[in-house]
Design a protein around this ligand. Sequence first.
Ligand code: ADP
Length: 609
Amino acid sequence: MLRPKKGKKEKIKLSKESIAKAKGIFAYLKPYRGAFAIGWIFLVLSSSAGLFFPYLLGQLLGGSDTSNSEILNNGTQDFAGQINLENINTVAILLVILLVAQSVFSYFRVVIFTRVTENALRDIRKTAFQRLIHMPMDFFNKNKVGELTSRLSADINLVQETMRTTLAELFRQLIIVVGSIVFIALISWKLVLIMLCTVPVVAVFAVIFGRFIKKLSKQAQDAAAESNTIIEENLMGISNVKAFTNEAFAIMKYAKTIKSIRDLNIKSGNWRGLFVSFIITCLFGAIVFVIWQGLHMTEGPDATLSRGDFNSFVMFTIFLGASIGSLPDLYASFQKAIGATENLMQIIEEKTETEILQGKSTPNITGQVVFKNVNFSYPQRKDVQVMKALSLSANKGETIALVGASGAGKSTIASLLLNYYTINSGEISFDNQNIETIDVKHLRSYIAIVPQEVILFGGTIEENISFGKQDASKEEIRQAAQQANALDFIESFPEGMQTEVGDRGIQLSGGQKQRIAIARALLKNPTILILDEATSALDSESEKSVQEALETLMEGRTSFVIAHRLSTIRKANTILVLENGTVVESGTHEELSDIENGVYANLSQLQMN
Ligand code: ADP
């Protein structure tokens, strides 16, 4: 509404786009449009009723003064043709009625708008999370999780504020501005002209300032998100920070970003200050000027204004001034909300994995896997080829050990098996079905992963195990725990399966966490298994028990093991030695050990010594 016409063509386009995006968010109000419409009716009623307040107040103040009302032609002696506004009691009663009506209207406006907003926000939050959790892996490589979450919550707060208050307030103030001008014009056209000479000037400046301040606060918002990321990263990796005694470095980095937040906000504050001064000088100067002009009109033999009307006029001028004064701030927060909405919609409109991956078929996957001449580079680092003509094949139930230096591409193979990324060329197939034709959810339902660093979610041990199969019965969970050699230690806790883990509960050892992850995988009963063996040494008791559990888990399944332990490697059907994304040697332990000066032979020689 207040958006001015802009000079540059491309800017107009941009603003149209952002408004179009903002409209996207209001689609979330659609299901509640009935209630929303009623809210607007109350808003219109309360705002319009509000307009009579300065009028009646003016009449009340001037009502006792009848001295010069007689000289006026008609004046406003009779309001709506019947009510005599010269009687202060009548005016007072009208004011009381008005206030009661307005409070009722306002009550319903606030209650209805809040209800509609909260409903819409619940849907927006749900959709945003739903979209986020379905984003392709590459999205999370490009966006830092900490930044994403703090931005999301900040944006949602802004949208909440806009839907609940800003929009209504902006509209209310606009009604007051327009209504006041109409009322003043009815009282005296001459006064309204004087008034109008100042209003557009203020409005134009407000818009220019508003846009400038918006830019500054967006920069400050970005800096704030960055500073949150620093806190999050450092606290999450606190043991590293301490071990490297990097506290001072972290503080310095943080101090740098918070300094820029401070600087940006101070800069925006300076401009805001200037803006406020401008409003005060212009607006209040104008008010004094028009009051002075108005007073002239009430005096002398050719007075054209009654005292009551003059008072109403003064009241309107004050209301109008306050409204115009609040418009830039409202406009700025409205603009801010449009920015936030754009961000939100960007996330909501970003393509999810299932929208990108078109595979629809749902074959029965038994565990036969083939990589044929696979070439791959990560989407955000296209120049670095991570897989080079890589081929491998695994029959149902076989164990494939992946061996190689760090950065050779072992984890990338695991990611490709899970279809986290799309390969550039070549083919990956499961039971002779190209991975691209298989429904990605279906595919993943056949694969389980036991990662190196097991992350347990907040909740009970039972919940953490049933993460592998949400509808598992208690008996199934117990059985999985038992097969994973986890039941004994779980039952040694007073609350057994119901023991809380993580921040609010018990801290489990590395070996215990791994066994829970194994139980989780067992419960899922996959045909394909990805194991990333822990490099950190477990105590020998734990190691033995984890090893046993892993062997149970691997039985009858095709397993890809990112192997660090000789025991696993020895038993593997095929060992693939990787170097820079290609298989340099492949065969059994015996075969590879026999290659003179072979990579594997050297490696196992090293490990044995
Ligand atoms: P390994 O598991 O054998 O240590 P990776 O498969 O993790 O090796 O890495 C292979 C190569 O791919 C490395 O050069 C690594 O820098 C790169 N890489 C790994 N993950 C990503 C990623 N998410 N984005 C870009 N490059 C990556």
